[in-house]
Design a protein around this ligand. Structure first.
Ligand code: 5GP
Length: 116
């Protein structure tokens, strides 16, 4: 896969299957293929930015939209009140493996300390 052809762009184009939990003009949300909690959803802008810093600089409104979508999904999953974690891995030391920014929504059980 070329650097310009992220996994998420292929999922958005329906070239690769995914369990889509939400989609609008700007955002798609899919269940993580290797969930780290009972709810593990990736909230992804359709326009590609490499990481959250690039997204925040270019389009802070879209960053806010990712958070709003994640909260709405948490409400639908029934975990908004019990609690959930939002996480951006940023660059390689943090474990970012897909360089198309994505917000992890994790919840559905006690998640432990800050680093999991
Ligand atoms: P990162 O480590 O970049 O923050 O997160 C990438 C996430 O994408 C990982 O949690 C990984 O399990 C998930 N992932 C990798 N490949 C696929 C895939 O093909 N489909 C889905 N739904 N998730 C994927």
């Amino acid at each position: 896969m070329s650097d310009m052809d992220s996994l998420f762009l292929r999922i958005i184009a329906r070239e690769i299957p995914a369990d889509v939990v939400h989609e609008n003009d700007q955002v798609i949300a899919i269940r993580d293929i290797n969930p780290q909690a009972p709810t593990h959803v990736l909230v992804v802008p359709k326009k590609r930015y490499r990481n959250v810093a690039e997204l925040a600089a270019a389009d802070p409104g879209l960053l806010a939209e990712l958070i709003a979508v994640a909260h709405n999904i948490a409400e639908r999953e029934g975990i908004a009140d019990s609690g959930y974690r939002l996480l951006f891995n940023t660059n390689s030391d943090a474990g970012q493996t897909i360089f198309h920014v994505h917000l992890h929504l994790l919840g559905g059980e006690p998640l432990g300390g800050l680093t999991g």
